[in-house]
Design a binder for this molecule. Structure first.
Ligand code: BEZ
Ligand code: FE2
Length: 407
């Protein structure tokens, strides 16, 4: 048994003073330090210095490790130009991927306090590395393809990749499902893949309403995607509509990534059906997609997206960008919401025993230290100062084990 004690402990959205946490691989008890030491006299005490904040390990539910080799290769500023550049450079970027590069990027996440991330995988190339990491990985096997002639092959390939990840399933490797997007996946494939998600109770995600071009294409088979699909697959008709797509997910609470170009009625459906949004502010900014209306969305998580549309995988940087992007929001309400996004909200959406400091939950922690005394302990200030003053975690624990943060 170990006991961890810090100045503040983040529990249920509040910063508790004068409590400590007893844990093995899982959290056992939360109580004042004296009480815990009386109850567990042989426990090892880990005491963090003044101004330390103990958080549950942060969750970054959306990253494309496959594109970790990108720095200045892809075209930014406009979604469609970016997509053309991805298609043109995809093979080169993937071939420049190495095990060391993936590990370096996972370590960058870890340094920012991320103990669990969601890896969107279209090829499965990073499965082995992810299976051997100390971090928890929700391994999202992605299905993509709108061409009806290719459906059988694509579905078979998807099932193979899914099964490979299921074979490696562990406490730190969680097999899951990603549907690329409404414009790029045939409704038949969506239906089949969602049947698997439902029967095997797999966490499900999908990119949804990222760009204006996507919206126009789904609404009226027009806009910038018309030219794209004429060239790409000789089609002039979208394979689905926004309504049809949302309907397919009616009984499967899903993590929709982006939801930038959503209308009020769609937000209502998302909220009503228990879906969540993974908000990726830097990716949205860099691809010229706009600002997600997170103030109307009930459940908001925060993701970095991949290095194909970002310049770092640091989740604190993502929070700082969100603070600036949503400049009309009350700062002292938005900051706590962003901390919730990477902890409690993510925990609830994923339905895993992570993201909360609560008995029975995994002892996954991220400890940060503020640079000096917080003078005004008003609502929101601790969340805000963690976001704006902390560059990296002091220490990170996963399953009760302290991990060395390599710099
Ligand atoms: C498609 O199969 O429709 C597709 C694949 C990749 C990007 C865009 C569309
Ligand atoms: Fe993405």
């Amino acid at each position: 048994m170990k006991i961890i004690s810090s100045k503040y402990t983040y529990i249920n959205g509040e910063y508790k003073k004068d409590v400590a946490v007893a844990f093995n691989t899982k959290i056992v008890k939360i109580a004042p330090l004296n009480d815990l030491q009386a109850k567990f006299p042989n426990a090892q005490l880990i005491k963090y210095p003044n101004n330390s904040v103990l958080y549950p390990g942060f969750i970054n539910p959306h990253v494309h490790l496959e594109f970790s080799a990108n720095k200045a290769t892809l075209k930014y500023g406009n979604f469609m130009s970016w997509l053309y550049s991805v298609i043109e450079n995809r093979n080169t970027l993937v071939s420049n991927l190495s095990e060391d590069l993936i590990k370096e990027k996972c370590n960058e996440m870890l340094k920012s306090g991320v103990t669990t991330f969601g890896a969107i995988s279209s090829f499965g190339a990073e499965l082995e590395v992810c299976a051997n990491l100390k971090q928890r990985v929700i391994f999202f096997n992605e299905v993509i393809g709108s061409n009806p002639a290719a459906i059988d092959t694509l579905f078979a390939d998807f099932k193979n990749r899914l099964n490979e990840s299921i074979e490696l399933k562990s406490e730190t490797l969680i097999p899951a499902i990603a549907i690329h997007s409404p414009y790029s996946v045939h409704p038949f494939l969506i239906r089949e893949v969602l049947n698997i998600a439902k029967s095997q109770k797999l966490i499900t995600t999908a990119h949804f309403l990222e760009s204006q071009a996507e919206r126009e294409w789904l609404e009226s088979s027009s806009g910038d995607f018309l030219e794209f699909f004429k060239n790409f697959s000789n089609t002039t008709q979208a394979v689905t509509t926004i309504e049809e797509f949302l309907n397919a997910f009616k009984n499967i609470p899903t993590l929709f990534t982006h939801t930038v170009q959503v209308k009020e009625s769609e937000i209502e459906t998302i909220n009503k059906n228990g879906h969540s949004t993974i908000h990726c502010p830097r990716s949205n900014r860099l691809l010229g997609c706009g600002r997600a209306p997170i103030e109307y969305i009930d459940r908001v998580l925060l993701g970095t997206d991949g290095l194909s549309s970002n310049y770092s995988l640091n989740i604190l940087e993502e929070m700082r960008s969100a603070l600036n992007m949503h400049f009309q929001a009350d700062l002292n309400k938005l900051a706590p919401r962003l901390i919730e996004a990477v902890t409690t909200t993510a925990s609830n959406a994923l339905n895993l025993k992570i993201g909360k400091i609560e008995p029975e939950y995994w002892a996954d922690f991220a400890i940060f230290t503020l640079p000096d005394d917080l003078k005004y302990e008003e609502k929101g200030s601790l969340a805000l100062h963690t976001i704006i003053n902390c560059e990296s975690a002091d220490s990170v624990y996963i399953g009760g084990e302290e991990l060395r943060i390599k710099s």
